[in-house]
Ligand binder design. Sequence first.
Ligand code: PA5
Length: 477
Amino acid sequence: MRRFEDQGFRDSMRIVMDYNNMTSSAVPDGVSPADFAAAKAAADRAAAAMPKLAAEGRMDWRALPSSQAEVSREIIDYADQARERFDAFVVLGIGGSALGPMAVQQAVNHPYYNELSREDRGGYPRFYVADNVDPERLSYLFDILDLRKTLFNVISKSGSTSETMSQFMIIKDRLERELGAEAAASNIVVTTDREKGALTKIAREGGYKTFYIPAGVGGRFSELCPVGLLPAAMCGVDIEELLAGAAYMDAICSEPDATKNPAYMYALLNYIGMKKGKPISVMMPYADSLKYMADWYAQLWAESLGKAKDRGGRTVNAGPTPVKALGVTDQHSQVQLYAEGPFDKMIVFLAVGKFRRETAIPRVFGDAPNLAFLGGHTHSELISVERAATEYALMKSGKMNMTITLPEVNAFTVGQLLQLFEVATAFCGELLDINAFDQPGVEGGKNAAYAMFGRPGYEAVRAELDARPAKDAKFII
Ligand code: PA5
């Protein structure tokens, strides 16, 4: 039996959310029983809307833990073969096609994974993500890759994202020049939509191995389909355990009553907090392994919930502002502001019950009382105590905060975390009465970039750009 099939293991790995310090019993400005009562109608409406969204196919991502069972076996087989041949695995993707793969890999694997010997990596290739189009980044990446032994995973749902596709163009050209067209094709694996977009056609014509993103699954909700499963499997993450963790949390988050549903409660607290003038949502993991989880969450939260219009077409300019922080590092950077600055934030700590490694602090400097007290303790004690102390100090300063604890960081708990925040995001979208699954606000910049690059079909935007008034030199110093 795999460990995630054992109910005892599953229950011992359940993520727990403690929101005491979000409430008025802990902080004067916290969420009070009256606030909960005032939000009840919105919460009931949102809970009733969730099954409707599912029926409309807007939440196909929720079914990924079960719908991807078959493809995950195909991915595992593919990864088992590919790892024999490749020494490096490079994701070409951006946004929802990059942040999840980065977050999961960093959470589950050794923090110096790429520096380990191949044997210590379990025979899996090194892992890189090329998301930005900073010209230095990709160019320098070539310095450390042996192209013959590198597998490139082009991930794009739309197949038209300029960043990803321009990187693919560079790599395809370079691979074909160095290896020849036929050999080059076996160093490329594509993840895209089955029917729509240019990439699916390119993949078919190029003979590239292709995995498909289910139709109703948008970028930032796609980590648990081949977008995230293939990169995870390629660096040795147990993707079946990841999916099992997500399924476990999904069952917990299917409870309509928010007091029993951590995703609904998380969204509700944020929704009420926003109404109480706290639009800033700080995600502060106290574990390096979860650092990129805050990046993944920031995109999910910002792109899904930052919307100009509500469903009725009214201008609402809604949305929380996610901020990423890292404990304890940012205690020496941002916590001063959180403690004494404006009451405009909610701070979410991610805590870890048991770290996978321990470092004991030896009893040295015994004659220096300001340091001697540390001796005999461990770093996991220190990080946990510092988190608890910061939580306490913020509560004393009247700052709303909550703690989500992962008993341990592993594929099962990471799967839970992904599903928890995805369901919370969808529920928060319903509370705000906005569409959490589109991103019209990014189109303006994209279209202007297309026009500046002379893409056919964007002549009107180009004309509009050309007609804009020149910048005033007096405002440039
Ligand atoms: O969440 C989203 O939809 C976006 O962040 C996309 O993931 C991102 O823009 C990349 O899109 P694509 O996968 O089509 O290349």
